[in-house]
Design a protein around this ligand. Structure first.
Ligand SMILES: [Zn+2]
Length: 371
């Protein structure tokens, strides 16, 4: 999957449908919740039905919906894709599919420009990942971004082969010489990893190497790299690029899941101690209105009808008088959706959690507060 860059997102965001609106479709295809292909198709049907009902009836839009449906039904690689972002404007020939390695909140938005908020979020939040494969002679260093290879370096330090010709009495010397060469090689391998880090930067590093050299290679890593280490992968230096990519994606998903669990745990304890954390829809809506939200956690699929104040923009679950300015509020289909949009506008970090029972218990939505 080609990684989408910030520049590409900016370009996409600048697109305007002059004669026809743009359809933006985010689809959660996470295998943990939507295991079967039919589940994904149902998810799509749900958001498209909603969009058609709200639809503006334009031909271009109807074609967009059809194209999106055909694409999803046609099947796509789900091994490394947990979310899809699709942008279409048939009238102007816009069609872009961005597979994402993290889940998104399923929704279809029809407006004059692509709705890139969720996409930006994923690209900002998703980490660059370093993979170092090493053995006694070879070292290969990779950097992946959103599952896409962005850097690759190799190093080979040959061990001498002519030892066998020597006599038995040299055995001891031979071993210490080989050890010294191996150490030198491992130090260089760690050096390659650091060079790549300085050039590209990455947030996490995983190592694939034999047990016998792990301790030594970790010892040679620059402290910046050591603090970025995550679980090891078991791949030989001869692994194919596809194998390395898949291993990187798998471990990245694991890291992401751990971070999600940690974020929910931090929220739980912040709420319990009353320190900079709120849980449940109403407290979150109030905190958003006060611009106090730093980051938002929401359970995938959570939606609820509510109210919006046309004057001050306040969102609430109950109407109809605005608690902020006293104006009359109008009813909206999904106040959770609007809360997420508002959070994105305020540049809050937003994380969509899939199947996180702890967050569900907290009311399916919660926020870490700035103060
Ligand atoms: Zn108001």
């Amino acid at each position: 999957m080609p990684a989408i860059t910030q520049d590409a997102i900016r370009e996409l965001a600048a697109f305007r449908g002059d004669r026809a609106p743009v359809t933006s479709c985010y689809l959660n295809v996470d295998g943990r919740r939507l295991a079967r292909r039919e589940d994904v198709e149902h998810e799509l049907e749900r958001v498209l039905r909603e969009a058609r009902r709200r639809g503006n009836g334009s031909q271009s839009c109807a074609r967009d919906f059809q194209l999106i449906e055909d694409y999803v039904r046609g099947g796509f690689d789900r091994s490394s894709t947990r979310g899809l972002a699709i942008f279409s404007c048939s009238e102007h020939g816009l069609w872009q599919v961005v597979p994402l390695p993290v889940p998104v909140r399923s929704r279809v938005v029809v407006q004059d420009a692509p709705a890139v908020g969720q996409l930006e979020l994923v690209v900002n939040e998703f980490n660059r990942f370093g993979v170092l494969l090493a053995d006694r002679q070879r070292a290969r260093m990779f950097v992946f971004e959103m599952g896409d290879l962005t850097d690759h370096s190799e190093r080979f330090d040959e061990l001498p082969r002519d030892y066998d010709a020597r006599g038995e009495r040299d055995q001891g010397d031979k071993q210490s010489h080989v050890d010294a060469l191996t150490s030198q090689h491992l130090r260089r391998a760690a050096g390659v990893a650091f060079e790549v880090f300085q050039q590209r930067g990455f947030e996490h590093l995983t190592i694939g190497c034999p047990d016998s050299i792990l301790g030594e290679i970790e010892g040679y890593l620059h402290p910046y790299l050591r603090e970025r280490l995550v679980d090891r992968i078991s791949l030989p230096t001869s692994a194919s690029l596809d194998q390395v990519r898949q291993a990187a994606i798998d471990i990245e998903i694991e890291v992401d899941r751990d971070e999600e669990a940690a974020a929910v745990e931090r929220l739980r304890s912040a709420v319990a101690t009353g320190k900079r954390g709120v849980a449940g829809l109403d407290p979150v809506l109030e905190a958003l209105g006060a611009h106090r939200v730093q980051s938002l956690l929401v359970s995938d699929g959570f939606s609820q009808s509510g109210w919006r104040c046309g004057d001050c923009g306040a969102l609430r679950t109950l109407g109809r008088q605005c608690p902020g300015c006293g104006s009359e509020m109008h009813q909206i289909e999904d106040v959770v959706e609007e809360a997420l949009d508002e959070a994105l506008r305020q540049s809050c970090a937003v994380r969509v959690c899939v199947g996180n029972a702890d967050l569900d218990v907290l009311g399916r939505i919660g926020a870490h507060l700035r103060y």
